[in-house]
Design a protein around this ligand. Sequence first.
Ligand SMILES: [Zn+2]
Length: 145
Amino acid sequence: MSADLFDLRAKVTPQALMVLRAVAGVRGIDISTLARDILHEWAAARLAEAAAINEVVAAPEVECEVSLRIHRVALSGAARKALYVRDEGICRECRMTLDREGPWHIDHIVPVVAGGTNDDANLRLTCAPCNLRKGAKTISEVKAA
Ligand SMILES: [Zn+2]
């Protein structure tokens, strides 16, 4: 998470800075306060998504939850960025173009709960709805697919 937040800060473009300054001016707050608020909102949304995935995937087999969390945390910000570039910023399920700043997900083609690894060949870029839809399947359905 901290690596992702750092990446987000580093990627602020001059255009984004102009927008931030304008919004901060309208709200009568300084730009760093506004940026912090935006980062907090973004982080809260990411945490909520991660929690939702853990709940739906881990629910049928509680003992899988721990390894699932370890695998997801192990994927670094740099690895996620490389996958975004490799998959050309397009959801590999529905072909939707995904904003670099998110939200988007890294999908395990073979789910972690079914023995899937974090190898590049087992990972693909998806939009949040496509990945959450897959996560909502029971483990037996995922194995059968
Ligand atoms: Zn999609």
